[in-house]
Design a protein around this ligand. Structure first.
Ligand code: NI
Length: 196
Protein backbone atom coordinates (compact mmCIF):
# COMPACT_ATOMS: atom_id res chain seq x y z
CA UNK A 1 0.00 0.00 0.00
CA UNK A 2 1.50 3.36 -0.96
CA UNK A 3 2.21 5.78 1.83
CA UNK A 4 -0.05 8.82 2.00
CA UNK A 5 1.70 12.03 1.02
CA UNK A 6 2.13 13.90 4.30
CA UNK A 7 0.68 17.07 2.78
CA UNK A 8 -2.67 15.33 2.30
CA UNK A 9 -3.16 14.39 5.93
CA UNK A 10 -4.64 17.71 7.16
CA UNK A 11 -7.15 17.66 4.30
CA UNK A 12 -8.19 14.10 5.07
CA UNK A 13 -8.57 14.98 8.74
CA UNK A 14 -10.73 18.00 7.87
CA UNK A 15 -12.86 15.87 5.58
CA UNK A 16 -13.38 13.29 8.31
CA UNK A 17 -14.45 16.02 10.73
CA UNK A 18 -16.98 17.43 8.28
CA UNK A 19 -18.51 14.06 7.49
CA UNK A 20 -18.55 13.11 11.18
CA UNK A 21 -20.22 16.42 12.07
CA UNK A 22 -22.85 15.93 9.41
CA UNK A 23 -23.65 12.41 10.57
CA UNK A 24 -23.99 13.64 14.14
CA UNK A 25 -26.26 16.47 13.00
CA UNK A 26 -28.43 14.22 10.83
CA UNK A 27 -28.78 11.75 13.72
CA UNK A 28 -29.87 14.53 16.04
CA UNK A 29 -32.47 15.92 13.67
CA UNK A 30 -34.24 12.62 13.33
CA UNK A 31 -34.15 11.63 16.99
CA UNK A 32 -36.78 13.97 18.44
CA UNK A 33 -35.71 14.17 22.06
CA UNK A 34 -31.96 13.82 21.88
CA UNK A 35 -30.66 10.66 23.46
CA UNK A 36 -27.02 11.59 23.30
CA UNK A 37 -26.66 15.19 24.28
CA UNK A 38 -23.96 17.11 22.45
CA UNK A 39 -22.09 18.29 25.51
CA UNK A 40 -19.79 20.76 23.86
CA UNK A 41 -22.43 23.10 22.45
CA UNK A 42 -23.04 26.54 23.90
CA UNK A 43 -20.76 29.10 25.44
CA UNK A 44 -20.41 32.69 26.54
CA UNK A 45 -22.17 35.56 24.80
CA UNK A 46 -22.57 39.31 25.11
CA UNK A 47 -25.70 40.60 23.37
CA UNK A 48 -28.35 43.30 23.73
CA UNK A 49 -31.88 42.58 24.97
CA UNK A 50 -35.19 44.01 23.79
CA UNK A 51 -34.84 46.92 26.22
CA UNK A 52 -31.41 47.88 24.88
CA UNK A 53 -29.55 46.45 27.89
CA UNK A 54 -26.33 44.50 27.50
CA UNK A 55 -26.82 40.87 28.58
CA UNK A 56 -24.34 38.04 28.98
CA UNK A 57 -24.85 34.32 29.55
CA UNK A 58 -23.72 34.84 33.15
CA UNK A 59 -26.84 36.92 33.89
CA UNK A 60 -28.87 33.70 33.65
CA UNK A 61 -26.87 31.49 36.03
CA UNK A 62 -29.04 29.80 38.61
CA UNK A 63 -31.93 29.49 36.17
CA UNK A 64 -32.57 27.32 33.15
CA UNK A 65 -32.55 28.92 29.72
CA UNK A 66 -34.54 27.65 26.77
CA UNK A 67 -32.74 29.18 23.80
CA UNK A 68 -34.04 29.38 20.25
CA UNK A 69 -32.34 31.05 17.27
CA UNK A 70 -34.55 32.55 14.55
CA UNK A 71 -35.88 35.83 13.20
CA UNK A 72 -39.03 37.79 13.78
CA UNK A 73 -40.16 37.87 10.15
CA UNK A 74 -40.05 34.07 9.92
CA UNK A 75 -43.45 33.05 8.55
CA UNK A 76 -44.08 29.83 10.42
CA UNK A 77 -41.25 27.81 11.94
CA UNK A 78 -40.06 30.37 14.48
CA UNK A 79 -43.55 31.25 15.78
CA UNK A 80 -44.30 27.54 16.12
CA UNK A 81 -41.15 26.82 18.11
CA UNK A 82 -41.47 29.92 20.32
CA UNK A 83 -45.11 29.02 20.94
CA UNK A 84 -43.95 25.57 21.99
CA UNK A 85 -41.51 27.07 24.48
CA UNK A 86 -44.30 29.26 25.90
CA UNK A 87 -46.69 26.29 26.17
CA UNK A 88 -44.09 24.10 27.87
CA UNK A 89 -43.27 26.80 30.41
CA UNK A 90 -46.99 27.38 31.08
CA UNK A 91 -47.23 23.74 32.19
CA UNK A 92 -44.67 24.26 34.96
CA UNK A 93 -46.80 26.34 37.31
CA UNK A 94 -44.81 28.23 39.96
CA UNK A 95 -41.62 26.46 38.86
CA UNK A 96 -41.78 28.40 35.59
CA UNK A 97 -39.91 31.21 37.34
CA UNK A 98 -36.76 29.13 37.10
CA UNK A 99 -36.90 28.89 33.30
CA UNK A 100 -36.13 31.83 31.02
CA UNK A 101 -37.16 31.56 27.37
CA UNK A 102 -34.58 33.28 25.17
CA UNK A 103 -34.91 34.20 21.51
CA UNK A 104 -31.65 35.06 19.73
CA UNK A 105 -32.13 36.65 16.33
CA UNK A 106 -30.12 35.57 13.31
CA UNK A 107 -31.34 38.72 11.51
CA UNK A 108 -29.81 41.57 13.52
CA UNK A 109 -30.18 43.92 10.55
CA UNK A 110 -33.96 44.01 10.99
CA UNK A 111 -34.37 42.70 14.54
CA UNK A 112 -33.43 45.80 16.50
CA UNK A 113 -34.28 45.91 20.23
CA UNK A 114 -37.59 47.79 19.75
CA UNK A 115 -38.60 45.37 17.03
CA UNK A 116 -37.69 42.37 19.20
CA UNK A 117 -39.64 43.86 22.09
CA UNK A 118 -42.86 43.81 20.07
CA UNK A 119 -42.14 40.36 18.73
CA UNK A 120 -41.22 38.42 21.86
CA UNK A 121 -44.02 40.01 23.88
CA UNK A 122 -46.43 38.10 21.65
CA UNK A 123 -45.17 34.90 23.27
CA UNK A 124 -45.08 36.06 26.88
CA UNK A 125 -43.68 38.74 29.14
CA UNK A 126 -41.01 36.39 30.44
CA UNK A 127 -39.33 36.10 27.02
CA UNK A 128 -35.91 37.66 26.53
CA UNK A 129 -35.11 38.75 22.97
CA UNK A 130 -31.43 39.14 22.12
CA UNK A 131 -29.74 40.86 19.21
CA UNK A 132 -26.30 42.34 18.56
CA UNK A 133 -23.82 43.10 15.82
CA UNK A 134 -23.57 40.59 13.02
CA UNK A 135 -20.20 39.49 14.44
CA UNK A 136 -21.72 38.91 17.88
CA UNK A 137 -24.55 36.88 16.37
CA UNK A 138 -22.12 34.86 14.26
CA UNK A 139 -20.05 34.14 17.33
CA UNK A 140 -22.93 32.84 19.46
CA UNK A 141 -24.40 30.92 16.51
CA UNK A 142 -21.07 29.19 15.99
CA UNK A 143 -20.96 28.13 19.64
CA UNK A 144 -24.37 26.49 19.26
CA UNK A 145 -23.56 25.06 15.84
CA UNK A 146 -26.44 27.13 14.43
CA UNK A 147 -26.45 27.65 10.69
CA UNK A 148 -28.05 30.75 9.19
CA UNK A 149 -28.03 32.37 5.80
CA UNK A 150 -29.89 35.13 3.99
CA UNK A 151 -32.22 33.93 1.25
CA UNK A 152 -33.30 36.63 -1.26
CA UNK A 153 -37.03 36.48 -1.96
CA UNK A 154 -36.87 38.19 -5.34
CA UNK A 155 -38.89 41.26 -4.36
CA UNK A 156 -35.88 42.95 -2.77
CA UNK A 157 -36.88 41.35 0.51
CA UNK A 158 -35.20 38.40 2.16
CA UNK A 159 -35.83 35.49 4.45
CA UNK A 160 -33.35 33.65 6.63
CA UNK A 161 -32.58 29.96 6.41
CA UNK A 162 -31.65 28.78 9.87
CA UNK A 163 -31.25 25.82 12.17
CA UNK A 164 -34.40 25.18 14.20
CA UNK A 165 -33.43 23.65 17.55
CA UNK A 166 -34.36 24.52 21.12
CA UNK A 167 -31.42 24.34 23.53
CA UNK A 168 -31.81 23.81 27.27
CA UNK A 169 -29.02 25.40 29.27
CA UNK A 170 -28.76 24.42 32.93
CA UNK A 171 -28.31 26.71 35.95
CA UNK A 172 -24.56 26.07 35.67
CA UNK A 173 -24.46 27.52 32.15
CA UNK A 174 -23.86 24.15 30.50
CA UNK A 175 -25.99 22.52 27.83
CA UNK A 176 -28.53 20.16 29.44
CA UNK A 177 -30.55 18.99 26.43
CA UNK A 178 -31.68 19.85 22.90
CA UNK A 179 -35.22 19.58 21.52
CA UNK A 180 -35.82 19.25 17.81
CA UNK A 181 -38.88 20.25 15.81
CA UNK A 182 -40.51 16.88 16.48
CA UNK A 183 -40.53 17.50 20.24
CA UNK A 184 -43.91 18.67 21.56
CA UNK A 185 -44.54 21.06 24.48
CA UNK A 186 -45.55 18.21 26.83
CA UNK A 187 -42.23 16.43 26.17
CA UNK A 188 -40.33 19.60 26.95
CA UNK A 189 -42.40 20.32 30.07
CA UNK A 190 -41.95 16.76 31.36
CA UNK A 191 -38.22 16.94 30.79
CA UNK A 192 -38.06 20.27 32.61
CA UNK A 193 -40.16 19.01 35.54
CA UNK A 194 -37.60 16.23 36.13
CA UNK A 195 -34.85 18.82 36.36
CA UNK A 196 -36.54 21.58 38.37
NI1 NI B 1 -37.58 30.73 11.42
Amino acid sequence: MPRLPVALIPYLAAFALIVGGYLWYAGDVTSGLAHQRPVNLGGPFTLVDQYGHSRTDEDFRGRFMLIYFGYSMCPDVCPTELGKMADAIAELGPRAKRVVPVFITVDPQRDTPPHLKDYVSEFGSQFVGLTGTLDQIKSVAKEYNVYFRKRPLGDGNYGMDHTSTIYLIGPNGKLANVYTEGTNPDDIANDLKKRL
